[in-house]
Design a protein around this ligand. Structure first.
Ligand code: HEM
Length: 451
């Protein structure tokens, strides 16, 4: 452990041996946690790039060249969606959860092997799922097996970060953001259980590994609005008032937003799409009011080491959340309207989820991953501008093209796909180049922060 010995040489000479050895153990653990988190993040980036975005671009180019939304296999579309939601976003969330939740809640450290086991099971599960959808070779075994691996990984994660006693005295009292994160975690559990049940059902009774269309719509509401959206709200409520210098969080509003969102997810799963849409929009608007994104800031934003436009893009991402919910209501009114459903979904996944990960990820991950500094804040700006441009073109032209409102919009879709692909690739480059840099300060429990 060369870094520990380097730090050991810098310790004040007056420390007694016992304190030195406690410090060394804490430093070594911090370094192991950073390595673990970096592994999760790089794995998430790989899923994001190839099985996720590259396949999404491929699908979109085929759809556009045939000018027909239903012209490609649903299994390929679902392979892309699963790789993005679980392979990319899910892997990031598990890694960040392992790294930050025990620290933020001052819980006893968990055994590191459980985090590595979770990683291995999760990666196998998501990879096998992707291959089972793309090459349906022995899919009747592969599909349920992949779902079982993903669920097993989640259960180990949950056991590790949720059931450890406080390290001293009592854990911090539950703050509202913790309720939001717990609800999101239950949303992940519900998604994985539905995935497992549906996979067994398909393996026994169906002729293809793709979920039936209506079930897929309901399942996606649970895995996006029920899992990822509240997870982003929870961490937004924890970090963004500080990062953006916002007025204090309106805690009761956040809980109302969570209640409305959860009710919307349940109604959506029960196929009451219109009522669900109203509740999801009300929840999103209340969450925005709770975190007070659009009220004047009271302190300067903490934008050191990221591009100074960071607060602008966070606000734009929350704007996309509201747009996604509003288009969702329109989609529910329109019924079978793939262009409107698809536009709502990508307003949410690209405009909100990807943009939030790009912003908050580049703000927090470099320091979590061993006190590093983001390689290029300017590249961060470029990728966010590209992401927002690609998303705007995609959402608008998907509605126009798929719904037959304007034929020329088919030509815009591939352009939007390449712009988004470039943004995503630049995000991966910026993070990997950041991880390749040496730490600015040696990682130590005294310098590490989850703020
Ligand atoms: C370059 C960026 C992307 C492209 C070109 C792309 C392309 C596509 C295409 C063509 C579809 C088929 C349905 C439709 O046409 O609307 C689709 C569905 C989907 N995409 Fe994307 N996508 C991109 C980014 C993302 C991201 C970042 C996420 C999530 C974080 C995501 C999640 C999904 C989901 C969940 C579905 C629905 C899958 C299903 O029906 O089960 N996509 N995407």
């Amino acid at each position: 452990m060369p870094q520990v010995s380097r730090i050991a040489n810098q310790r004040p000479a007056w420390l007694d041996d016992n304190t030195k050895s406690v410090m060394d153990r804490a430093i070594a653990r911090e370094q192991s946690l950073s390595r673990l988190l970096m592994t999760y993040i790089v794995t998430g980036l790989v899923f994001m790039l190839l099985p996720g975005t590259f396949l999404g671009v491929w699908n979109l180019i085929k759809i556009s060249s045939r000018e027909a939304a239903e012209s490609i296999s649903p299994a390929w579309i679902q392979a892309h969606g699963h790789a993005q939601l679980f392979g990319w976003v899910g892997t990031f969330i598990l890694g960040i959860g392992f790294y930050s939740i025990p620290k933020l809640r001052k819980l006893k450290p968990f055994a590191l092997w459980s985090a590595w086991l979770t990683w291995a099971l999760w990666v196998i599960g998501v990879t096998v799922r992707w291959f089972a959808n793309i090459y349906p070779w022995h899919w009747r075994i592969a599909l349920p097996l992949s779902a079982a691996f993903e669920l097993a990984a989640f259960l180990i994660f949950f056991q590790a970060v949720a059931s450890h006693r406080p390290s001293s005295g009592s854990a911090k009292p539950f703050e509202p953001w913790i309720f939001v994160v717990i609800t999101a975690t239950l949303g992940l559990l519900a998604s994985l259980l539905l995935n497992l049940g549906a996979s067994f059902q398909l393996a026994l009774n169906a002729s293809s590994p793709a979920f039936p269309h209506l079930f897929d719509q309901r399942y996606l509401i649970v895995s996006t609005w029920g899992f990822i959206v509240p997870m982003v709200w929870g961490f937004s409520a924890r970090w963004l008032p500080v990062f953006m210098g916002l007025r204090p969080l309106r805690k009761s509003f956040l809980l109302v937003a969570l209640g409305s969102n959860t009710a919307g997810v349940i109604l959506g799963f029960l196929e009451h799409f219109f009522a669900a849409g109203i509740l999801l929009l009300a929840g999103a608007a209340t969450a925005v009011a709770a975190i007070r994104f659009f009220e004047p800031a009271v302190k300067p934003a903490k934008i050191i080491n990221v591009h100074r436009s960071f607060p602008v893009f966070i606000r734009m991402a929350y704007g996309w959340l509201l747009i996604a919910a509003a288009i969702g209501i329109w989609a529910a009114r329109a019924g079978e309207a793939p262009g409107i459903w698809g536009a709502s979904r990508h307003a949410l996944t690209v405009g909100f989820i990807a943009a939030m990960i790009f912003c908050v990820g580049q703000r927090t991950l470099p320091s979590f991953c061993g006190m590093r500094v983001l390689w290029s804040p300017r590249l961060m700006l470029v990728m966010l501008v590209l992401l927002m441009t690609g998303c705007t073109l995609r959402v608008a032209s998907e509605m126009l093209a798929y719904q037959d409102y304007a034929k020329w919009a088919w030509n815009i879709l591939p352009v939007s796909a390449f712009i988004e692909l470039t943004a995503v690739a630049l995000f991966a480059i910026n993070l990997i180049a950041t991880f390749a840099r040496p730490p600015v300060v040696a990682p130590s429990p005294l310098t590490m922060t989850t703020e």
